[in-house]
Ligand binder design. Sequence first.
Ligand code: URA
Length: 304
Amino acid sequence: MAAEPTREELEAALRWLVEAGADEAVGAAAVDRFAASAAEPAAGPPASESRPAESRPAESRPAEFHQGPPPAAGGTASERKAPAVWTPEARAPLSLDQGLAEARAAARAADDLPALYRAIEGFEACPLKKTASRTVICRGDPAQRVMLIGEAPGRDEDIQGEPFVGVAGRLLDLMLAHAGFERGQAYITNVLFWRPPGNRTPEPAEVQLCLPFVERHIELVDPRVILLLGGVSTKALLGDPRGITRVRGQWFGYRHEGLPAPIPALATLHPAYLLRQPAQKRLAWRDMISFKMVNRGDFDPLGV
Ligand code: URA
């Protein structure tokens, strides 16, 4: 009989999982999926739809699941009895160029916001989608034309399906409220729609793949002002290679071919950074006031 794992071995396994990005337990007890599929009867009773897809017989499973190739006729007994292992149907991975072409075509085809949300939900070429639990797109009222763009969903956003609903989001909401924005007035989104595993910094290719959707998002919302929260969204949308501490507080004209005129965009510090560096809140507060004034039409930051 195999020896019970030691506490050190269990801790090492847990550390490995956390480093791989698993930061949530979905059940109180571990489930051995291999044993479960080995116990699957060869021709069992009709499956209940309420069972997980991977444990249902092939005919009732969605198309993306398939059974591995059947053992060759005349193979050994152990080959013939090999348990079915359900694996997602392999779609050859797209190259970055192919993924980008798909993203551009899907974003361009979206004529309104609901169509864009559907296009993002249906986009499979960004690898982050495979590890995230949810697609996170936006919250707030697009009709108010006040657009805030952050980096990527974190753990809370991945669970709840809305951007900036964790502790950084609460700080952002407080700042908006103190600057006089009504609840829900700001329309909040991110440059990435899926949580990077373990909240790691997004890869440039991941940002690139989402960018056509973000650009179309901006065109469709047609904001009066844009607030870029942190370095990732600032770099992605303004293409300015300087760090956020250099460019924060500065207004830029955000340009894109689909826009009739540049949109005033202000770069500021990310709320998660402010939680780690509370002394910097005064700078972010200054930015928020400037953002509020431009939204109100008190001054034109792009005027000559
Ligand atoms: N940080 C972000 O940039 N976006 C979120 O949605 C949450 C945290």
